[in-house]
Ligand binder design. Structure first.
Ligand code: SF4
Length: 82
């Protein structure tokens, strides 16, 4: 049985499967998307900003598993180098 642990995230005491703690970015499409600029909320993807605000408001973490607007950053970087 998987172990659930708690820790403080965005000022919330949240529960998470221990083996997934801190790994949401590894499973989230946004981190390989040209639309994702998390350090600049003004230029950041509106979907990502909305999800982030919802996460902070509700004390949840929601990686993006599927997205209609995803554009590969690694593919673009690769093309620019060629
Ligand atoms: S377009 Fe989709 S994958 Fe890209 S940053 Fe926005 S929510 Fe994430």
């Amino acid at each position: 049985m998987r172990k659930v642990v708690n820790y403080i995230h965005h000022d919330w005491n949240v529960a998470v499967y221990e083996d997934l703690k801190g790994k949401h970015a590894q499973h989230c499409l946004c981190w390989d998307c040209v639309n994702f600029t998390p350090k600049d909320r003004n230029t950041n993807c509106k979907i990502a900003n909305t999800l982030y605000n919802l996460n902070v408001l509700l004390g949840i973490t929601t990686p993006v598993w599927e997205c209609h607007d995803y554009q590969s950053l690694s593919q673009k970087t690769k093309e620019n180098k060629e």
